[in-house]
Ligand binder design. Structure first.
Ligand code: NAP
Length: 353
């Protein structure tokens, strides 16, 4: 059982990101000293919102420069920390040529670099790693092979690769690396947070997170002729941030935690959004699978294998551990989507209508 001294600083990697910005904000509001790593602490557009939060907060913020691909980069930030929250990892699913360099190397080498730094710092007692449900399953078709069609923390993604679902591959390989390195020592323990698709208002407009693209694509009109029947677990970004903090300080937290509020298809998300945003060109129908399979490689850059194994399947996730052990409660999915859409309009990421 690990008990974290709350007077010690907490390290958060990738602090300028979509999820991490909320983790940092909550920690600062609760009075913690946060050692936040970013690639470029002088880039005001990436860290301005963090500094602004720190100004009025009980806690204090220190920014450190660290790149996942540079060995030894995290040492300074981890000094004196008992708790390390490692969120940094690219969440992109398109726009790259080399999936190893774009995703797998930063995820896996980056995790090893952060954990090697943990090994060098006597103070570190617990690491909370942002993994994903992408580390639990590879394709939605796999739900047909699990009891009740429900994925749990006992499932592992064994099907993704560098060429098929490379983002998911980067997440499962990084999580496996983390467990391997955890088992090789005894000073710190590891807890993983495995969120489904994260939605909800962003504190930064600079993020490259695919979460933002999903909502922008629904609201911008590019999908107004229809969407494939694709289902996602969905969870609010503020609940995901809370889960990291609860996992960090709960002495009984151990192992993996699926963090998911519920399942929604793209069309259901559009229907929820239309209730509050009727003027937006949201999709009203689902496209037949054969058509999606025909056009997806050209229109969306998505492989036919992906369509075959993901379109038309139902998925669901068991979030019992997160509620029972972490005491996490979940926001209503409608509110999550409405508040996210509203933030995107206010921040100019979607046209005001
Ligand atoms: P995000 O806003 O793009 O955050 C990713 C962070 O990783 C950014 O802060 C980025 O830093 C950092 N990063 C990327 N490459 C780096 C490198 N080479 N060196 C140092 N930092 C690097 O995306 P997010 O959605 O918040 O994702 C955060 C974590 O949650 C990731 O581990 C992701 O896999 C996981 N996750 C996300 C979702 C979701 O739906 N959003 C679901 C499950 C799990 P820069 O600001 O310098 O680019």
């Amino acid at each position: 059982m690990v008990s974290i001294d709350k007077s010690k600083p907490v390290a958060v990697t990738g602090a300028s990101g979509y999820i991490a910005s909320w983790i940092v904000q909550i920690l600062l509001e609760q009075g913690f000293t946060v050692h936040a790593t970013v690639r470029d602490p002088n880039k005001e557009s990436a860290v301005g919102h963090l500094k602004k939060t720190a100004e009025g907060a009980k806690g204090s913020l220190r920014l450190f420069s660290a790149d996942l691909l540079k060995e030894g980069n995290f040492d300074e930030a981890l000094a004196g920390c008992e708790l390390v929250i490692h969120t940094a990892s690219p969440f992109v699913i398109k726009g790259f040529k080399d999936s190893y360099e774009a995703l797998v190397r930063p995820a896996v080498e980056g995790t090893a670099n952060v954990l090697n730094a943990c090994n060098r710092h006597e103070s570190v007692r617990r690491v909370v790693l942002t993994s994903s449900v992408a580390s639990v399953y590879g394709d939605a078709i796999e739900s047909t092979d699990v009891p009740g069609g429900v994925f749990t923390e006992s499932h592992w993604n064994e099907t993704s690769s560098l060429t098929h679902q490379p983002y998911s591959y980067s997440k499962v390989m990084a999580e496996r690396k983390a467990w391997e390195m955890c088992k090789a020592q005894s000073r710190w323990d590891l807890v993983t947070i495995n969120p489904a698709l994260v939605m909800g208002p962003s504190l930064t407009t600079q993020t490259q997170s695919t979460s933002i693209d999903v909502l922008r694509d629904l609201g911008s009109g590019v999908q107004k002729t229809g969407v494939p029947h694709l289902e996602f677990g969905v969870v609010d970004v503020r609940d995901v941030a809370n889960a990291h903090i609860l996992a960090g300080f709960n002495p009984h937290a151990q192992g993996r935690f699926i963090v998911n509020a519920g399942t929604s298809s793209l069309l259901q998300m559009a229907q929820i959004l239309r209730q509050k945003f009727p003027k937006y060109p949201l999709p009203k129908t689902e496209l037949p699978k054969w058509l999606v399979k025909l056009v997806a490689p050209f229109v969306a850059g998505v492989s036919r294998e992906f369509i075959s194994k993901n379109v038309g399947y139902s998925i669901s996730f068991d979030n019992t551990r997160s509620k029972k052990i972490l005491g996490l409660s979940y926001r209503d999915l409608n509110v999550t989507l409405w508040e996210h859409f509203d933030q995107m309009i206010k921040d100019g990421l979607l046209k005001s209508r």
